[in-house]
Write a protein that binds this ligand. Sequence first.
Ligand SMILES: [Zn+2]
Length: 409
Amino acid sequence: MPQPGPGRGTTAGRMLDLLRANGTLSRVELAERTGLTPATVTHTVRRLIGAGLVDEIGPGRRRGRGQPRRLLELNADAWYAVGIQVDRTTTTIVVLDFAGERIAGVGLRGSGSGGPEATVAALAEHVSELLRGSGVPVERVLGAGLVTHGPQDRERGVLLTAQPAPEWLEFPLTDALAERLGVPVLLENDATAAAFGEQWAGALPTDTFGLVYMASGVGGAVVVDGENYRGRASNAVEIGHVALNGGNASCVCGNRGCAQAEAGPHAVVERALADDGLAARLGVRGTPDHTLGDFERIAKAWRSGDADAEAILECSARWIGRAAVTLVNLFDLDTVVLAGPAFATAGELYRARIAAELEERALSRALSRPQVRLSASTETAAALGGALHVLRAMPIDPEPPAATPEGAQ
Ligand SMILES: [Zn+2]
């Protein structure tokens, strides 16, 4: 069993975060950036080196007079973490090493209409295969971040929604997956995880931004000073369920006119299906498990110049733009990131339309021009964020990697 160790927020956890983000740092730089005393830094670094989590890698550049400073870096092979994003139409799995480098990944079909039992079994099999293929022993896996739509009860590891089917409501998702994988599993909201992933991989010029996540549904996240705004129970910023003026479509949440109901991939596909000739021309089928596949067909038609496909996507993008205006006005943002598989094919159209809506309507436009950016990893940001959350939050067994039993490889 992992012992309580340098989880997030502890002195050691903050140092590990800094080393993960910066690659290499000296003890002096760690002291400068944490505000801790040199004695505390020296003591903690000794403990981290002893636990096999940090390596000392020779001298850095001399700064002024005195000895060159010895640099520290994370021992990338000390631990690994798995990130699993799953919804009805897509699954993405990534494996990160302790330094946060992606060492393996795979994109698969979503849960479809299979129930949670079958989905968890399939996920466990895919994860085990990926770990085997990349030579990572499960004993060195710190945990898995399971990323999916909300609302969720993260503490109990269950979904508080009957989406995509009634048997998902209150199913013990993290317990069932942890039992099959043999590692702890943390539940995380897909948009929140994508914001983590974007902070890590996206080279954003700011640490305060909003994020709109579009997969089968529409979600949102807000990061303030580098921290995700979580609300009371981490179900914050459900921008897909903000009712929009003029909207009337009934939504799975019980309201009418929600952004997700008016503009999500399902609504886009429905709009194409309303015209038999158009649906046939674009090859849109309308089966619920293939919503994103149908959405991609419409997006591809737009890319090849189809005016009808463009009109349908423009309509969706305008609604999402208005939801983004609400997001920006509520949280005083100047940057909105778009992430999620739906933006992989139609991202540029959405980016331009959402930017236009913000430039026209967001209150903050008077101060600075709102920026809308496509995620650096539209399809994988959420899975990346799930794995990073594990690296940052999970208590770590202080035993050094050398203690791995022989033959565990
Ligand atoms: Zn709703």
